[in-house]
Write a protein that binds this ligand. Structure first.
Ligand code: ADP
Ligand code: MG
Length: 246
């Protein structure tokens, strides 16, 4: 209870699960409580975001502590930043040959139901990526082709894609997802709908790293989609944000 500012609507938040991390009511706490790269904090400030929204206050610490998350928060409440900020913080630095954890392929994957949405997420990524040589790929037929070269492919940090495009790349044999440590499903109500479910399952299965963190974000999550989500996640925390009546 301590969030709202004039620009951020008042929100009621519930977080349920084992050992729920404490929420974070200012972005400054990111620097003091978590070891966030200073360049990332600068980029956040440059984006003009003054105060975390409800889903950011609760979701960011959960993801920073490498927990799985099911986040349900209305449209326009800043879900994108709530997963991108911890993503950049966890990746810490662009893929490089010198870190033994790096150089083995893409480390983060964000799936979205439409190309348009993937494009918007990519734009948000670019704001946080300012000033560092992150390799962020908005997946398309053309960018997928450039990844046919293993030397290029192995150095990618983040891929943003629709499920169909990702499945096509997996089937072509030109993509490895076994080094993915962070997997996000945005607009999960659509992603877990029969239209996309089989493709999503195929991609999730390809993210075979034993410590892959999974998060689903949605404005709403019908009971059947929620059950599928909870089965996909490991010891998840479920955060629900409702707007207080205005
Ligand atoms: P959602 O995915 O929940 O619909 P978005 O991530 O698209 O919401 O964000 C909605 C808008 O709010 C965007 O224009 C974004 O730049 C802005 N926004 C995100 N976080 C904050 C914040 N902490 N303070 C002010 N504006 C924010
Ligand atoms: Mg969104």
């Amino acid at each position: 209870e301590g969030e709202p500012s004039s620009s951020v609507p008042r929100q009621r938040v519930t977080a349920k699960g084992n050992n729920v991390p404490e929420a974070l009511y200012t972005f400054a706490e990111l620097g003091s409580k978590y070891n966030i790269p200073s360049r990332l904090l600068q980029n956040l400030e440059a984006s003009g975001y003054k105060q975390p929204t409800g889903i950011q206050a609760h979701g960011v610490p959960i993801l920073l502590e490498h927990r799985d998350l099911a986040a349900i928060s209305p449209t326009g409440t800043g879900k994108t930043l709530s997963y991108l900020l911890p993503l950049f913080a966890s990746l810490a630095a662009p893929n490089s040959g010198s870190n033994p954890e790096h150089g083995r392929g893409v480390r983060a994957l964000v799936l979205a139901p439409t190309r348009e949405l993937a494009h918007q997420i990519h734009n948000e990524c670019l704001k946080l990526a300012q000033g560092r040589k992150w390799r962020i790929v908005l997946f398309s037929k053309a960018t997928a082709a450039t990844l046919a070269d293993k030397n290029v492919r192995d150095k990618v940090d983040i891929i943003i894609s629709t499920p169909l495009r990702m499945v096509a790349a997996l089937q072509s044999g030109n993509l490895e997802l076994s080094n993915v440590r962070h997997l996000v499903l945005d607009e999960a109500d659509r992603m877990l709908d029969p239209e996309f479910l089989e493709q999503v399952r195929e991609v999730v299965a390809a993210c075979s790293h034993p410590r892959v963190q999974k998060a689903v974000f949605s404005a709403t999550l019908p009971a059947n989609a929620e059950k599928i989500a909870m089965d996909m996640l490991t010891d998840p925390i479920r955060v629900v944000v409702g707007l207080k009546d205005t």
